[in-house]
Structure formats: structure tokens, C-alpha cells
Design a binder for this molecule. Sequence first.
Ligand code: GLA
Length: 416
Amino acid sequence: MPSRSWLLSLAISLLAIVWTAVGLDNGLALTPPMGWMTWQRFRCITDCAKYPDECISERLIKRTADLMVEKGYADAGYKYIVIDDCWLEKNRSDDGYLLEDRARFPHGMKALAHYVHSKGLLFGIYENYGNKTCAGYPGIYGHEKVDISRFADWGIDYIKVDGCYFYGNDYSKGYELLQKTLNSTGRPIVYSCSYPAYEDESSIPTDFQLLADNCNLWRNYDDIQDSWNSVTQIVDWFALKQDHIAKFAGPGHWNDPDMLLIGNYGLSYEQSKTQMALWAILAAPLLMSNDLTNIRKEYEEILLNKRIIEIDQDPLGIQGLRVYRRSSIEVWTRKISPVNIDEYSYAVAFCSRRTDGSPYEFTTTLRRIGLKFTMGYTIQDVYSGDEWDGIYLSNTNLTVRVPPTGVVFLKATVLI
Ligand code: GLA
């Protein structure tokens, strides 16, 4: 029979879910969406004669769908395959429809969606609320109804709506209209909104409540690039704005720091571990953008680490915060389940910005970083799965060694 405290903690978890689920009510993205997206790795490669394995095409999508299943990504929770920009013909049809590029998608999007679905995966697409997409293909501004009903007919499950070439004066109104149009199709479609990133760029304050009411996820800031420098810039932005934005994350509505770079060219192994840990702390969508054909095993292990995915997907959906910084070690914590009455468990990431030699020895108490439960916590290393001996009280010293630009990622579970 379940113990009283277990039942209480379950009740609190359920309450938290109901309480925070005040956003877009399409019942989707109750945990941050997970999947794969073309842009970061494959950009706008359209020359299939020159780059047959990399061009944005049905061949790339089918190959990725196969690999997502074969290599265990689908089982680990990565379900959405999203085609970003550059899938269209440069012009609409004479009767005003968007056309997928006929050479690169010879069987059409409907057939491709069908293929993705047949693998047990979900299918996403990119469009832009403006006259053109960022790469110059036709946008949906002025064609919202007809385009969205076509997408629904194709069987798409996710749409990323970008904000290039928009000449109106209120992004949020247009995106709200699109949300209604999406809802009116009757098809459940995850709605990713990019406009906050454009508002941020122009110093226009974003109405985050409205955003959470309309969108399942949203891009807050600049595009990620394949470098550690880009990761740290994004992370710094999230830390700087955390008091303002973190509260708008929750089941159904998420801040999106952009794609995972892991498995590409720019991040070292330690830096890849840091990105994965921080994205889990931030309750971020886990959208890989890499070539699954030849990704190295150690990177694959990072992406498939069950304990990290579980933290990212924690049902409470509380976004984590940077809580402490000393000697270029940043401590990030995220409240997660299980909960004991009103005491949370925590994911704790010690991230180094240091570039000197040996792993840096860093000592703190749990209390110092906000873990104050008097009965204490058990601790597990999230990457290795190793459990630390004993119970950690809030005033016990805790020492970790953090590799340069790397991470030590722990889970502190409340005693129940
Ligand atoms: C913008 C977006 C990117 C990507 C490109 C495509 O830059 O922020 O994520 O979608 O457009 O052109």
C-alpha cells in the first residue's frame, strides 16, 4: 500500500500540473517536445546533386526517421521530426497553394508525413508569419487559412512559425490568429512561435502571458550556432532574464533556447554534456539537429541518457534557475519530482566556464544553493548513474570536480 507521504507528494504533483496548465489548451506538449530538426546541421542545403546526403529532401527525412527508430531515439522519447526552412518551391501554384519542392520531395509532403507516422513518429514543418521565410521562400502572411488547412490535410503534428519579413506592428495578434486557425482544423498541432526572439532583437517587450496562452513553445533569443560561444551566450541570456521568463514555462508552454548541437562539429565532449544538462535544467525542448548516420557513440550516449531525459521531462515542468556563481563555476538547479509535502527534489548542474587545466574542485553546501530540506537528500550522479553514499543534509559540505567548460550533473532526491 502506498505511504501517506507518497500519496501526498502525488497529490501535490497533480495539483502543480493542473495549476500550471493555464496556457494554450490544445492538450499538447505537456512536457517539452523532443525530436529532431533540420536547420542547425543541414541549414538550407538544396543542391542534392552536389550534397545528396545532406540536402533538405524526403530522402534525408526518411533516413532520419529510420535511424530515430533503429538507434533507440524514438524509444527514448524523441518523437517529432521537423523540416525547417527550404522545403518549398520558390513560388506558390497559380491557384495560390504552397508547393513542396518537387525535385526534393517527389512524393509530396502528405506521403512523407505518412511515412514518418508509419514509423511511430510525428511530423513537423516550418513556415513564417511574414511575406517570405527567412531563407526567402513564400511565407504564410495573407494565406493563413488555406495554408494551415493544407498542413492539417497533409497530417502535420507540429509547426514552427518564424517571424522574418513581417511588416505589421503587432506580432502577437497575428500569432494569436494563427493559433485559432490551427485549433479550427481540429488536428492536434504543436505550435512553436518564434516572435519573442524578433521582439527581443528590437527591444519590444513580449507579453509572456499572452504568449503562453497561444503557443506551446517559443524561441526567446538568437539562433544557436555550432559553437560553445553560442551556447554560453544563450545560457547567459536565459540567466539574465530568468526572473522574468522562467515562470511562464510549464506543461503545455515552454521557453526554447533552440536546438541541441550534440553530435556536430563545434562542441567538445564535455561541452556537449554541459549543453544537455543545461537544456534539461531549463525544461527546454530537446530538438536535436545532427546527422544520425555517423554520430559518434559517446555523443549518442549523451543524447540517450535516460536520467537526463527524465529530468527534462519532469511532469512538474518547472524551469530551473542559475542560483550561484563563484570562481567561474555556475550552479543551476531545477525543482523536480518526487516531492515530499512541499519539499522538492532537485536537478543540480555545476557548470564550468573555466578554461584552465585540471578539473576545478568546488565545495558548497546544499543550503547555499537553495536545498534546505532538514531530513536531507540522497544524491546520484546523473551522467554515470552512480549513487553517492549516505544522506546529504542541507549543511553538509558537498565537493565536486568540474572539468573545464564541463559539467557535474547531480540529482538530489528528497527523503520520503
Ligand atoms: C531563422 C530561425 C532559425 C531557422 C532559420 C531558417 O533564423 O531563427 O531557427 O528557422 O530562420 O531560415
